[in-house]
Design a binder for this molecule. Structure first.
Ligand SMILES: NC(=O)c1ccc[n+]([C@@H]2O[C@H](COP(=O)([O-])OP(=O)(O)OC[C@H]3O[C@@H](n4cnc5c(N)ncnc54)[C@H](OP(=O)(O)O)[C@@H]3O)[C@@H](O)[C@H]2O)c1
Length: 328
């Protein structure tokens, strides 16, 4: 039997590139990728033509318009439109061209703002969303519901099996270090690296340091994606419901921002003092996914936070060196 042809949408992004690394490590060579410039996934005609030509067997959808609070607040129309249309185009074109297995990547922001912690899969649609990222979250919820609806209508007749995963906060090589858009780990890495190289004796971190957050190294996320994609249908069905079919992917443990800051400073080798500016906003006190569904399915993460941060920092330093060389 020929190996399946696998399309990874968004292969240039942090998660997509980790999925490609993981698939290659597993010996999968029949991979299809397109850059954003080669294939704009918001273009329905182009997406249909691409699926019709390439006829992949499996699809990982890791392409999305992503951004932080500032971007979500400033461009809500782009966030809802592009993410809705990317999901709808890809899922429908996949179905129309015989794709049997599809993995949709969502996000923990699909859960209500006041969801009970840790957040279980069945907290979906039980309350109001965080207003800042509501447009993005609605598009991600629609992606889950597209997968479920295609399964419910066509699962048996066409043998399709479309699944969804909801990652916690991810970090690792390929992360976004843009000053306005970066998440907490890349922002802290950048801040402490600059303080170290410029011999700054004190770093002030925004917020009280008390909020608790969960993090997962991106290669663990990629491994989880492959694990979930490859689970046999009976096992997947046994642990999910047709209208609550998504699976949380987290490390299962959270850490205060203060403790995270200490680990990052140590990894970087910053020896100055650290202060917290409690006048700056903290966000919600705690955000942790309940990943027991995934645990019960037999998967757990392999990379400890400190080890993942070491690799991430090495990659950050190499990227700076490469950028420095290309500036000359
Ligand atoms: N990073 C996290 O902490 C995190 C946490 C939870 C969930 N996720 C989910 O994981 C997925 C991937 O996130 P990521 O962090 O890897 O994001 P990323 O690094 O920004 O990658 C997204 C990729 O999608 C591509 N893309 C965007 N719009 C496109 C379009 N219209 N047509 C074709 N390609 C397009 C981007 O290409 P360009 O850059 O060229 O536009 C980029 O390669 C997203 O669904 C996100 O919601 C991420």
């Amino acid at each position: 039997m020929n190996p399946p042809k696998v399309y990874i949408a968004g292969h240039g992004g942090m998660v997509g590139s980790a999925i490609v690394r993981s698939l290659r490590q597993q010996g999968q060579t029949n991979l299809v990728t397109r850059t954003h410039a080669e294939l704009d996934l918001t273009n329905q005609v182009a997406v249909r033509a691409f699926f019709g030509r390439e006829k992949p067997d499996h699809v990982y959808l890791a392409a999305a318009k992503v951004g932080g609070i500032h971007a979500n607040n400033t461009y809500p129309a782009e966030f809802i439109y592009q993410n809705l249309i990317i999901a709808a185009n890809c899922i429908d074109a996949a179905f129309s061209n015989g794709v049997k297995k599809f993995l949709f990547l969502g996000s923990s922001c699909i859960y209500p703002k006041l969801a009970k912690q840790p957040m279980r899969e069945d907290a979906l649609l039980t309350g109001l969303l965080e207003p800042t990222n509501e447009p993005y979250a609605i598009a991600k919820i629609a992606g889950i519901k597209l997968c479920e609806s295609y399964n419910r209508q066509y699962g048996e007749s066409h043998g399709i099996d479309y699944r969804s995963v909801m990652p916690t906060n991810l970090y690792g090589p390929g992360d976004n270090y843009h000053p306005e858009n970066s998440h907490v780990i890349p922002a802290l890495i950048q801040q402490f690296h600059e303080a170290k190289v410029n011999n700054v004796s004190n770093v002030t971190v925004w917020g009280s340091g008390s909020p608790m957050r969960e993090f997962l190294y991106v290669d663990d996320m990629a491994a989880a994606c492959m694990y979930i994609m490859n689970l046999d249908k009976a096992t997947y069905d046994q642990h999910t419901q047709p209208m609550c079919s998504h699976i949380n992917v987290g490390s299962g443990t959270d850490i205060t921002i203060k403790a995270l800051t200490t680990v990052i400073a140590k990894v970087i080798g910053y020896q100055g003092t650290i202060e917290f500016d409690a006048t700056k906003p903290d966000g919600v006190p705690r955000k942790l996914m309940d990943s027991n569904r995934l645990k019960a399915l037999g998967w757990k993460p392999a990379i400890a936070l400190q080890d993942g941060l070491h690799i991430t920092y090495q990659e950050y330093v190499s990227a700076i060196a490469r950028a420095g060389l290309s500036d000359r």
